[in-house]
Design a protein around this ligand. Structure first.
Ligand code: KG4
Ligand code: ZN
Length: 336
């Protein structure tokens, strides 16, 4: 069985073809970062309009590269939420149109399920069940994954997501949007551990997170000293260490509490090398295994949506004739 996957929930238009026997056949992506950079963040209306422009050419390219056509595709999977509603509607409407004209089912996919399953695109994929740390621009969650569609949230952020904290602090440091990767690169330049920021919520039990105080701590440290490039790098390092340490400690606690032997990192912040190093040390100390997708499949992509669509099709999902798009959609609600 072969599935065309479409992702358009935020500022990436992405399309991929996944085949059950052969794996990923093709994936194409257009990033809108340059379009939104002047505004310091994603402008929803511009995002929707750009998805309209990019989607059809990307679908053509992904089909051609994957040696696929309407006859060989068995279903069209698309991100139905959560995300920007206008952006989601572009992908959902397009998928519904293709589905009607091709006579193939359209499968609505939860964006975070896509992220959770992305490590299954790699060689040596994790088996179910596993613990997942989902760290993106909009979400920070620890998820107990019993199987496809069987997700239980063990802890989540009470305020800013980890990626959002990276982006906001990067902005304070004068880095261009989206600043997560740029902040991480700046932190690498630092040779000093003079800034030790608070580790939010580590002093109490539970698996929730809170990151909004960290950007304030960075702002206070920066006051009056922002012109000094070495100082900015040291602040970036202090900030990154605080986020990474907090995420790593909560993962350790969650692994101990649940008894899971496998930890999956997913979402854009999963591209952070320091986080991967720290989590590798945590799983090693517990005799567990760490899994993560390649960097380009940590951030938004079409491959994870095509894969989730394939797994759902194989599990019997048939879709319907509705156009599903929902800005807010809880992961625990989706079922199989
Ligand atoms: O998963 P994603 O592509 O989009 C959402 O669904 O939100 O995640 C994007 C987030 C952004 O906040 C970005 O700054 C962050 O991931 N990010 C990073 C790194 N690369 C991307 N954060 C820290 N270190 C990185 N290397
Ligand atoms: Zn995402």
């Amino acid at each position: 069985m072969r599935v065309l996957g479409i992702e358009s929930s935020c500022d990436e238009t992405a399309v991929a073809v996944y085949d059950g026997a052969q794996g990923l056949l093709s994936h194409r992506l257009h990033s809108q970062i340059a379009l939104h950079r002047a505004y310091g963040g994603v402008v929803p209306e511009l995002a929707s309009r750009d998805h309209v422009r990019r989607l059809l050419p990307l679908v053509r390219e992904a089909l051609a590269e994957g040696h696929s056509d309407r006859d060989s595709i068995d279903a069209v999977a698309y991100t139905a939420g959560p995300g920007l509603i206008g952006a989601l509607l572009v992908g959902a409407g397009f998928a519904a149109g293709l589905s009607l004209s091709w006579g193939k089912p359209a499968l609505p996919i939860h964006h975070l399920e896509g992220h959770l399953l992305a490590p299954l695109l790699e060689p040596n994929p994790p088996a179910f069940p596993f613990l997942a740390l989902l760290v993106s621009g909009g979400h920070t969650q620890l998820v107990d994954v019993a199987g496809l569609g069987a997700y239980r949230i063990l802890g989540e952020t009470l305020d800013d997501a980890a990626g959002e904290a990276f982006d906001k602090t990067a902005k304070l440091l004068g880095l261009p949007y989206p600043g997560g990767a740029a902040l991480a690169a700046l932190a690498e330049e630092s040779r000093s551990e003079r800034f030790v920021f608070p580790r939010p919520m580590l002093d109490r039990p539970g698996l929730d997170f809170s990151f909004s105080g960290l950007k304030t701590a960075a702002l206070v440290a920066l006051r009056g000293r922002g012109q000094d490039p070495a100082m900015r790098a040291d602040i970036a390092r202090g900030f990154q260490e605080a986020v990474v340490e907090t995420l790593a400690e909560k993962c350790r606690r969650a692994l101990v509490e649940t008894g899971h032997r496998r930890l999956v990192i997913a979402g854009g912040v999963g591209a952070n090398q320091r986080l991967r190093e720290r989590l590798a040390a945590v799983v090693e100390s517990l005799g567990a295994q760490l899994y993560f997708p390649r960097t380009e499949f940590c951030t938004d992509n079409g491959a994870m949506i095509a894969l989730a669509g394939y797994l759902r099709l194989a599990a019997g999902m048939r879709g319907d004739l509705k156009i599903h798009a929902s800005a807010n959609w809880e992961l625990e609600e989706i079922g199989v």
